[in-house]
Ligand binder design. Structure first.
Ligand code: IMP
Ligand code: MG
Length: 187
């Protein structure tokens, strides 16, 4: 059975729903409000919101539409980390870099999930070298105690146990499960 074709109303015993569509959307709205408040006193500095493709795509689009700031720039990056497996490669490569200069801008990197921290650690190093005014991380999920590379996550949606592997709302296993509107746990 392919999870991409699953009926959201079918609570199949093949998977466990970790976060429902409603729970995700509620948290996304809270994060958007928090970010809007944090940058409201700096309206003249562009706020660059960077989507980490492909996993963060749905989170990013739901979140960014709700962030209130007069000077938002949307950017997209892609890094290789997992390929089709479940273990981080530890040497992530940049496949798509930002297009606009980041110097003197407020930057928030928007990610689906932080596991070992290798991907975000590598990305932050590259972005920091572009001299932004500020650099923050917003991740929908953070795996507790899994970080081998310390990553400062200013905005965390949900913290989940380290042993879980999740799919849905952008997150996949070898491309499976990405388009589910909710998040499931798989074995
Ligand atoms: P890290 O480099 O180990 O922190 O891995 C981060 C990236 O791996 C995330 O951006 C995801 O794309 C992917 N990833 C980590 N854990 C999971 C998971 O449980 N499900 C799906 N993708 C995951
Ligand atoms: Mg990702």
């Amino acid at each position: 059975m392919s999870f991409n074709t699953v009926d959201p109303s079918d609570q199949s015993d093949k998977y466990e729903v970790l976060f429902s569509e409603e729970e995700i959307q509620q948290r996304v709205s809270e994060l958007a409000e928090e970010i809007s408040k944090d940058y409201e006193n700096d309206p003249d500095t562009p706020l660059v919101l960077i989507c980490v493709l492909n996993g963060a795509v749905f989170f990013y689009s739901d979140l960014v539409k709700q962030i209130k700031h007069p000077n938002i720039i949307c950017e997209f990056v892609s890094i290789s980390s997992y390929g089709s497996g479940k273990e981080s490669s530890r040497e992530p490569k940049i496949l798509l870099d930002t297009k606009n200069p980041l110097a003197d801008k407020n930057v928030i990197v928007i990610e689906d999930i932080i596991d070992s921290g290798y991907s975000m650690g590598a990305l932050l190093e590259i972005l920091a070298s572009k001299d932004p005014k500020s650099l923050e991380v917003c991740s929908l999920l953070v795996k507790d105690g899994r970080q081998e590379i310390e990553v400062p996550v200013g905005y965390a949606g949900f913290r989940i146990p380290r042993k879980l592997w999740v799919q849905g709302y952008g997150m996949d296993t070898g491309e499976e499960g990405r388009t589910l509107p909710f998040i499931i746990v798989i074995d």
